[in-house]
Design a protein around this ligand. Sequence first.
Ligand SMILES: Nc1nc2c(c(=O)[nH]1)N[C@H]1C(S)=C(S)[C@@H](COP(=O)(O)O)O[C@H]1N2
Ligand SMILES: [Mo]
Length: 408
Amino acid sequence: MKYDWRMNRDEQLDDVVPNETTKLPRRSFLKLAGAGLAPFGINGIANALTPAQVADHGARLITRQREPENLESPFDALDGPITPTDLFYVRTHFATPHLSAADWKLQIEGSVAKPFTLTYDQLKALPSHKVTATLECAGNSRVYLTPPARGVQWEQGAVSTAEWTGVRLADILAAAGLNPDAVEVVLEGSDSGEIKDPPRPGAALSFSRSLPLKKAMQDNVLIAYEMNGQPLPVSHGFPVRAIVPGWYAVASVKWLKRLHIVTKPYSGYFQTIDYAYWQHENGFPVRVPLTSLLVKSQISKPSFKESVKASSTVKVKGAAWAGEGGITKVEVSDDGGKSWNAAKLTTPAVEGAWQLWEFEWKTPAKARHVSLMSRATDAAGNTQPMTRDLDRENYMINQVIPIEVDVR
Ligand SMILES: Nc1nc2c(c(=O)[nH]1)N[C@H]1C(S)=C(S)[C@@H](COP(=O)(O)O)O[C@H]1N2
Ligand SMILES: [Mo]
């Protein structure tokens, strides 16, 4: 099959900005910098907007949808293992809530010995930990699917990496004292709205997702209040969000307001209807929430449709990641996947974070069109497939995606 990376571009949802458009002009950044202060009510340090919180409005991001806010990171700007905050993608389902840290509270309740409430200052007074984690939206790379799939038409930029600071979820759960019958924690965000498409509940719902206790208790699962050393920007969950390394980023609930500990697996909307897929058990397809990141690599350089010189050496660069356990190797092909050559991993392995890689590519002697491909293998021995698993519908897109390059 001939692969055309543009083929889905006319299939945008009505309210989604077509992919040809628009980095927001610098001017709108400046306007937001002034106007953005208004909704907050400046009453105290905790409420003041930092430059990072203002910058998140996307001067350098690609607008996929304005309302709710869905902004893509330009993946070809990849330059180091940490994504600068103003280049970090934004994925939002409902209107962005503008919360004040002074009024914020986290409710911890359900099947626990001591339900309690944490304020922002109380949370920040608890032992803090830093975790570098890659967030990938399960819909990343959706624009490359044929036939076209529903949802925001992300290219390669619904994935980014930051250093997060916060409190271990395990410490908070320990303070509450889990009852013996507890099985999962439901993380609830402050944002809510109505779902447009059936099947849908009759009334508005909040954004919520659950973690089984085994995942919730991992050392690197954080209730985070800082991103790259600054208070979380509004778009990334100010004042407090969850960070769940190794899982699709839907689990990393933003604008957190409640931890509800439940005694049977949660089957909410974003757990079973959306952000779920079909798995086959005993011959029956069953609906399961998508969780662990599938092994994946992406090429940042050259970028799509770039031209390179014949008989030269070109540095092919990118990133690769997987769920728990990380990746073991990345390979590059310039012959449509017939032969593969080892790339060099250029950053150390960090649990839950991507690794950058490079490959010195000797370009062909004659001018022609080349499909460059990369593929990663994870610690469990899974390698990115060449074809798509249709049971994943519009999510978990990890097949090899060629970058079309002109050799001149
Ligand atoms: N409360 C809330 N949390 C949320 C979402 C949301 O819409 N509301 N989107 C989720 C999804 S699908 C993704 S991919 C990540 C995106 O995080 P980011 O916007 O910081 O990149 O947030 C997750 N957490
Ligand atoms: Mo997502």
